[in-house]
Ligand binder design. Structure first.
Ligand SMILES: *Cc1c(COP(=O)(O)O)cnc(C)c1O
Length: 408
């Protein structure tokens, strides 16, 4: 089945002899399950993959979503978790359980993931190092020196949208015995499937594109053959499972993922081109830019014609107060801290994702005071343009005012 068909069919409509087949998977809220015979329950409690018994082990709504997610990423199986962060944590634990407790991570990763590494895992004696994955030689040297148990990266970095050379990173990591965990939230399995390039575990914040409507907090871990059982065992013990209602919402969201994401990518591309020639804009970051520093990786790893639905841009001459004023001027675009929703979202890294990064470090990362990030929604792109245009003009007019007063 092609991707557009998998999103509407995988995981649903399980047939059981003599039973009616629901056309969509219902919300199963039961915490325990039993069988006609205690012998069957005995069997299932011993072989939790062969039936449901207790909701921390598995439950029918979650199983349907997990089968769907595994089909989309082409994995052995998946686990639906209560948040993207819960997914990152359990994926790293599954990767490290029988490897050296040492993680080599890309330096351009989600803020809470840095928090997880530094404040949660490091105190439990996990060694954590950060590296710039654009420099493959430095990466290979760091792998040699550190011998990490796990390499962690995001398939598209935030907010400057760098795209790593996945196949080379996986090759170097695996040669040293390290597992590779990829956060694929920004790319979605429609544009990139890291397991097909040899990654071991893929995580998603399902809160973003998968659920897609701003009404779910959730996560997904998709594992390869080697890591699926360790992942399930950890989940059975620690219990990070997504609730059945959120599982249902996420599955319902995924059914329109292909339509939504295609439109979001198209809107983002139009916006990137339009912003590049806007008088109040200094610089645009978008993956379709032919001068993108990772254009070769983008060509190799992204599905043809798709360049993602996120773009960032710098507002000409804007200091923090002008950017805040720009955000207040927006009438339709939602100035919220997320991405991947049907509505367009705008995020200011300085006060949100990179709030806790020191000014010096931000400077080194190339994240300026005038940088904002847009996650394109599915609206008519002209309405998004109009909203950005009037907000940009409002702040550039305000910026021009004092200069005018001076000349007078
Ligand atoms: C949002 C996000 C997360 C965390 O997900 P939550 O669902 O908020 O816990 C992790 N990685 C990336 C890239 C994200 O955008």
């Amino acid at each position: 089945m092609k991707f557009e068909s998998k999103v509407v069919h995988a995981g649903d409509r399980k047939r059981r002899p003599g039973q009616p087949v629901p056309s969509t998977t219902p919300i199963h809220l039961s915490s325990t399950y039993f069988y006609d015979s205690a012998a069957t329950l005995d069997h299932v409690l011993g072989q939790p993959d062969e039936g449901v018994s207790y909701a921390r082990y598995s439950s029918p709504t979650n199983e349907a979503l997990e089968e769907l997610a595994a089909a989309l990423e082409n994995g052995r199986g998946s686990l639906a978790t209560a948040s993207g962060m819960a997914a990152v944590q359990i994926a790293l634990q599954a990767a490290l359980i029988d490897r050296p407790h040492s993680i080599l991570a890309s330096h351009a990763i989600y803020g809470a993931t840095v928090g997880l590494l530094d404040q949660v895992l490091a105190p439990f004696d996990v060694k954590v190092k950060y590296i710039d994955l654009a420099d493959l030689e430095a990466f290979a040297t760091a792998v040699e020196q550190n011998r990490p148990g796990c390499v962690f990266l995001e398939s598209i970095s935030n907010p400057l949208l760098r795209v790593a050379n996945l196949a080379r990173i996986i090759e170097i990591s695996k040669r040293a015995g390290a597992a590779v965990v990829v956060d694929n939230t920004f790319a979605t399995p429609m544009m990139l499937r890291p397991l097909e390039w040899g990654a071991n575990l893929v995580v998603h914040s399902a809160t973003k594109y998968l659920a897609g409507h701003g009404d779910v907090l959730g996560g997904i871990v998709v594992a390869d053959e080697q890591h699926y059982q360790p992942l399930r065992t950890l989940a059975r013990i620690t219990g990070p499972q997504l609730g059945p209602f959120e599982s249902y919402l996420t599955m319902r969201g995924i059914k329109t993922l292909a339509l939504r994401f295609e439109r979001q990518c198209q809107n983002a591309r139009i916006l990137a081109e339009w912003l590049a020639s806007h008088p109040a804009v200094d610089r645009v970051y978008y993956c379709a830019d032919p001068n993108h520093p990772d254009a070769e990786n983008i060509r190799q790893y992204f599905a043809p014609g798709l360049f993602g639905a996120i773009l960032s841009f710098e507002i000409k001459g804007a200091a923090k107060d002008s950017v805040l004023q720009f955000m207040d001027e927006l009438k339709m675009i939602v100035p919220g801290t997320s991405l991947g929703d049907v509505h367009t979202l705008l995020l200011y890294p300085l006060i949100a994702s990179h709030r806790n990064v020191s000014p010096k470090m931000r400077e080194r990362m190339g994240i300026r005071e005038n940088l904002v990030r847009i996650a394109a929604g599915i609206e008519n792109v002209d309405d998004i343009k109009d909203d950005l245009d009037h907000a940009l003009r409002a702040v550039s007019a305000a910026a021009a005012e004092p200069a005018l007063t001076r000349t007078l």
